[in-house]
Every structure is written in C-alpha cells, then in structure tokens.
Design a protein around this ligand. Sequence first.
Ligand code: COA
Length: 169
Amino acid sequence: MAGAVRLEPVDERNLEPLLSVAAAEAEPDDVMPPVDAPAGWSLARREAFRDFHRASFGGLDGPTRTQMYAILAAGEVVGMVRMTRCDEPATVETGMWLGRSARGQGLGAVALRELLSAAAAAGMQTVVAETTPDNAGALSVLRKCGAKLREDGAKVRAEMCLDSALPAL
Ligand SMILES: CC(C)(COP(=O)(O)OP(=O)(O)OC[C@H]1O[C@@H](n2cnc3c(N)ncnc32)[C@H](O)[C@@H]1OP(=O)(O)O)[C@@H](O)C(=O)NCCC(=O)NCCS
C-alpha cells in the first residue's frame, strides 16, 4: 500500500472526503486549530474545518502561505500533509495527519517524502517540523526522512535539508 501513495492539492473535490476521514478517524486537535464550538465533530467544527482548508486554497503565495495536500493511498483520501512558508528564505514548515486506520503502515514516511519532493520542486531548501517527545509516530516518520532532531523544552524541532540524500526506507 505504501507504494501507491500520492498527494493531491486540497481543493473542493477532495475537501469533503478529507472531512469525512477526519471526522471518522481523527481527533479535531490533530487536524485543525482549536475553535470555540461544542466538543467533537459538531456541525460548527465541520464548517470550521472547511473554512480552515479553504483559506489555504491560494497555496504558498496565498494569504496563509500554506499548500495543503490530501494524502491518497490506493486512490482513497487517508490524511493531509501541508507546508507553510517560514520567514527564513527557501524554508517551509510541515505538519501531517493520517486517519487511524491508515496509521502504523509506513504511509506517513512515504507521504512526507512526497512532500519533500514537492517542496524541492517549489524551490525550497529546508523543511522544518515541530512535534513533542511523546509522539513516537511523528518522530519515527521524521527520522525515516533524514531529519535532524533537536529537543527544545517541551518540543522537538526537526530539520530536513533538501539537498541531502534521503535514507533508504
Ligand atoms: C504521526 C503519523 C503521521 C505517523 O504516520 P504513520 O504512517 O502512522 O507512521 P509509521 O507507520 O511510519 O509509524 C511510525 C512509527 O510509529 C509507530 N506507530 C504508529 N502509529 C502508532 C500508534 N497508534 N501507536 C503506537 N505506535 C504507533 C509505528 O509502529 C512506527 O514505529 P517504527 O518506526 O518503529 O516501525 C500518524 O501516526 C498520525 O497521523 N498521528 C496523529 C497526528 C499527528 O500526531 N501528527 C503529527 C504531528 S507533529
């Protein structure tokens, strides 16, 4: 399955499938910023999810400086990976999530590698990420993509240099 992963820019065609996966298989906090709405996947939170993604339809040069991609495995939407321009030149910050049923199969590392290719194609040289020391899945995916990891208080900061060769998966 990991061989059949591809990224599609998030747009109106894949937004509802992405919301369906998020609502069925992810926690709101893993997939969108906090909103003042009833707990769980209330109607208000679903609408906020749509607005959050639509705000980035303009991509890296749009108002949020963010390109979001739906992650597809075997043709099905299973999660999202994004890159956001940083103030440092040729640098983007990444973040991602997968629906629960897609986790633990190696898809995260394949999707992040696709994101690194897209970032390089967009002229980026460095991709950074931030996670927490207890997020074993995220740390493993970052290591598999050659990230240098640095503990910084309660955070772990990762840096991937796009002109370095990626480790074998
Ligand atoms: C982080 C995430 C993208 C990792 O993607 P993934 O495809 O599941 O990663 P992998 O299949 O390569 O698994 C990575 C490692 O985590 C472990 N793992 C994955 N899911 C796990 C789970 N639910 N519980 C325990 N371990 C888990 C795997 O066994 C694997 O270990 P290994 O590298 O020693 O083999 C995914 O787990 C996820 O979407 N998590 C929720 C959102 C999130 O935390 N995003 C990152 C924010 S920084």
